[in-house]
Design a protein around this ligand. Structure first.
Ligand code: C2E
Ligand code: MG
Ligand code: MG
Ligand code: MG
Length: 279
């Protein structure tokens, strides 16, 4: 019964779905030409060491400036790029661009780049990372790759091998949006990671007692495991105080700095570096 009902529903909604499919095709087509037309760009958001107050690096965040659609947020195109496979060349572009940008930052500052599961599974990923580093002259120790738990979900041998190889080179692996997946703790046990980024939904809700307890526990877990803990989405002094009081290592969010153009972040980083040299 449910099945035939489903079929009827499907037939009923078919015209509407058609429009959805058409919109989707149009998006795919636009995305497809966007890379050669150089419509993509990277913004950079600073990451701060909470104890010292110093900026320790920045995360590259992709932007699509479409001539017809305006600026499209990654949440509205990354998933499609993953399904069409465009994410592989697009991700490689981001990696190269991010490394090239970070090459002119003061020494020691890290560059974090988001990596999709599709890239990691696509074979040749390690090679493209090594090439991006070599081309830019950025040492491996300054590169951080942010992966989400979906990357680890299917535990493919390629992904494991690639992650080990990259860590072997001195690249850091960060687990992004930590706490939102199906098996956050399981992944921590099976995969060697250098950093966890507490998802911003926890930080937003940090004045809730239970959420605060979870955040404190994640911070403690990181300390026990020797993993750097970064809080995402820090927007208020109160949130930062709570994180500092509990020994969270790094913070990222609008309070510290919004995602900014490469030139602006460069200026900020250089200014900070001068300050810290002056003592
Ligand atoms: P993410 O890696 O977790 O990046 C953090 C997101 O939180 C960014 O959204 C950032 O702009 C936003 N954010 C930072 N601080 C705050 C804050 O204080 N409050 C709030 N409300 N938001 C804050 P964005 O730039 O829209 O990116 C969304 C997601 O798209 C990223 O989440 C990442 O998963 C993905 N993404 C971005 N760039 C790339 C890329 O180059 N490759 C891949 N594969 N994914 C990317
Ligand atoms: Mg990220
Ligand atoms: Mg995140
Ligand atoms: Mg995210």
């Amino acid at each position: 019964r449910a099945k035939s009902e489903g079929r009827n529903l499907y037939r009923f909604f078919e015209p509407g779905m058609d429009a959805t499919v058409q919109a989707r095709r149009a998006l795919e087509a636009d995305l497809d030409t966007a890379l050669p037309r150089q419509e993509f760009d990277l913004d950079f958001q600073p990451i701060m060491n909470i104890e010292s107050g110093e900026i320790v690096g920045a995360e590259a965040l992709m932007r699509w400036h479409s001539p017809t659609r305006g600026t499209v947020a990654p949440d509205n195109f990354i998933a499609v790029a993953e399904e069409t496979g465009l994410i592989v060349p697009l991700g490689e572009w981001a990696l190269r661009k991010a490394c090239a940008t970070a090459a002119s930052w003061p020494p020691g500052l890290r560059i974090a780049v988001n990596v999709s599961a599709v890239q990691l599974k696509s074979g040749g990923f390690a090679r493209s990372v090594i090439s991006a580093l070599a081309f830019s002259g950025v040492p491996a120790s300054r590169l951080e790759l942010e992966i989400t738990e979906t990357v680890l979900m299917d535990e493919s041998e390629t992904v494991l091998k690639t992650l080990r190889q990259l860590r072997g080179l001195g690249i850091r692996i960060a687990l992004d949006d930590f706490g939102t997946g199906y098996s956050s703790l399981g992944y921590l046990r099976r995969f060697p990671v250098d950093k966890i980024k507490i998802d911003r939904s926890f930080i937003r809700d940090i004045d809730n007692r239970d959420t605060a307890a979870i955040v404190r526990t994640i911070i403690g877990l990181g300390a026990e495991l020797g993993i750097t803990v970064t809080a995402e989405g820090v927007e208020t002094e109160m949130q930062l105080d709570m994180l500092r009081d509990n020994g969270c290592v790094e913070a990222q969010g609008y309070l510290i700095g919004v995602p900014s153009k490469a030139a602006d972040i460069q200026r900020l980083l250089q200014l900070r570096a001068l300050h810290s040299q002056a003592g």
